[in-house]
Design a protein around this ligand. Structure first.
Ligand code: DHB
Ligand code: FE
Length: 280
């Protein structure tokens, strides 16, 4: 890395990304629903203040901190780390196939297409253990849905994401794979490093003030899609990572753990996905 990532820069990028991809689907919540949810959240805040006799000094510290979350552009990071995992749990609890986990702030649509077998874009001499990943995408009835696609994105061996940290080629370690007629794929990439959420902004201040840590275990992000099927957003993890049991984003699930095996020059792993047909 020639330049260092800052919370303000990666936060601003994550905010722009969110506004351009996700805002359209956010409109149209009926007033009764807004009333119910806003009231219950405020009730929970009021109950906490009463239970713990929150002081004016603490109230002002909270106010200053909330202002700085906005100034640092860290609302996407804050929400994706401490809130999204429960939204994901509720959204996917009906599924019979894979449930998945949080998307996080660093997905970018439109990554280069590599077919059913290929390598993600990498720099020359990309650091990290080479990883070959094979698998199959099926529907809950065991058939292979036509046109299934795996979008993969992940951090590099220093824990940085292209398009959010400076000095990395645009699509580095981001690609899309379209599976073959049997739903199979073979992906070549490198193992990512554990990732520390930015510590120099408002989220970092909260972590330090509360005596928490900022780490997520190493993970591969995927979106798996097929016509007529529910979109699966997931992350895959590596056994033995010291943060598998205390992920700051609470996004690790046992069924998302890979079992990589060492081979000449790297590692190989098999992991597939089961997609739920869309509900009518
Ligand atoms: C954050 C980063 C991630 O890579 C992720 O998967 C979830 C959250 C974050 O910085 O907020
Ligand atoms: Fe991530």
């Amino acid at each position: 890395m020639t330049a260092t990532a800052t919370a303000a820069a990666s936060g601003a990028n994550a905010t722009e990304r969110f506004k351009s991809d996700k805002l359209a689907g956010a409109a149209g919540t009926p007033p009764e629903r807004v009333d119910l949810l806003a009231r219950e959240v405020l009730d929970a805040v009021h109950a906490t203040i009463r239970r713990h006799k929150v002081t004016y000094a603490e109230y002002n510290a909270l106010k200053a901190w909330l202002i700085s979350v906005g100034e640092d552009g860290e609302w996407p990071l804050f929400l994706d780390v401490w809130v999204e995992h429960v939204v994901e749990e509720v959204a996917t609890e009906h599924r019979e196939g894979n449930k998945g986990t949080i998307e996080g702030p660093y997905y970018v649509p439109g990554a280069p297409e590599r077919g059913a077998h290929g390598s993600v874009p990498m720099r020359e001499g990309e650091p990290g253990t080479p990883l070959t990943w094979t698998g199959q995408v099926t529907s809950t009835d065991g058939t292979a849905p036509a046109g299934a696609k795996i979008e993969l994105w992940h951090a590099d061996a220093d824990g940085f994401y292209s398009q959010f940290a400076p000095g990395i080629p645009e699509w580095n370690l981001r690609a899309s794979f379209t599976v073959d007629a049997e739903g199979r794929f073979e992906i070549h990439t490198v193992r990512p490093a554990p990732y520390q959420i930015p510590t120099d902004g408002a989220c970092g201040k909260l972590i330090a003030a509360a005596g928490w840590h900022a780490w997520r275990p190493a993970h591969l992000h995927v979106k798996v899609s097929a016509p007529g099927h529910e979109l699966l957003t997931a992350q895959l993890y590596f056994p033995g990572d010291e943060h598998n049991d205390d992920d700051i984003a609470s996004a690790v699930k046992p069924e998302l753990m890979l079992s990589p095996r060492p081979v000449d020059g790297g590692e190989t792993v098999e992991y597939g996905f089961v997609l739920d047909p869309e509900r009518s």
